[in-house]
Design a protein around this ligand. Structure first.
Ligand code: 4NP
Length: 170
């Protein structure tokens, strides 16, 4: 992680228009603040919203906390991502299940040496919401979008502390 090559993290939810773009921008914000050499992207397990900007409600609530999601565009998770990314973060258990299913397919097409990705929950090291799913806000009200922001901030702090420890031992 301390070399020139960035550590690459992919945040994954279902649609890639609410939770994972929010996680992408917030995790990037916290990594940049600590000057960590981490590249972050996001994707969805579905292809429901290809090339769409994040949901207007996600954009609005994020901007109220200073996070600009407007330039992001949705894309689907693909097998190549297991080759290119070091860490794939699932927003909930259903995403985790679907990521693991594609991971198995990746292992059928590529050797173990070629596959770089580890898979974990976004909330793995979260001090406030440990190993808890980020609830899908898409069909709910405003509070759901605030909850996503709260959890993304809290989970990102957990990951950044973890990345800093990794950096120290490398
Ligand atoms: P996300 O939310 O997985 O956090 O992006 C959703 C976005 C769209 C849909 C479901 C969840 N949808 O069914 O279209």
């Amino acid at each position: 992680m301390s070399s020139q090559t960035p550590y690459k993290v992919l945040c994954v939810c279902l649609g890639n228009i609410c939770r994972s773009p929010t996680a992408e921008v917030i995790l990037k914000h916290f990594c940049d603040k600590q000057q960590l050499n981490v590249f972050i992207d996001s994707a969805g397990t579905s292809n429901y919203h290809p090339n769409k900007a994040p949901d207007q409600r996600s954009q609005k609530h994020a901007l109220q906390r200073g996070y600009d999601l407007s330039s992001l565009r949705a894309r689907q998770l693909k097998i190549q991502d297991f080759i290119e990314f070091d860490l794939i973060l699932a927003m909930d258990e259903e995403n985790l299940f679907n990521i693991q299913a594609l991971f198995k397919q990746a292992h059928q097409q590529y050797s173990a040496e070629q596959i770089r990705a580890e898979i974990a929950l976004m909330s793995e090291y979260d001090a406030i919401y440990p190993k808890q799913a980020l609830p899908d806000p898409y069909y709910g009200g405003e509070a759901g979008f605030e909850r996503v922001l709260d959890q993304c901030e809290s989970s990102s702090l957990g990951w950044v502390n973890h990345f800093k420890q990794w950096l120290a031992v490398k």
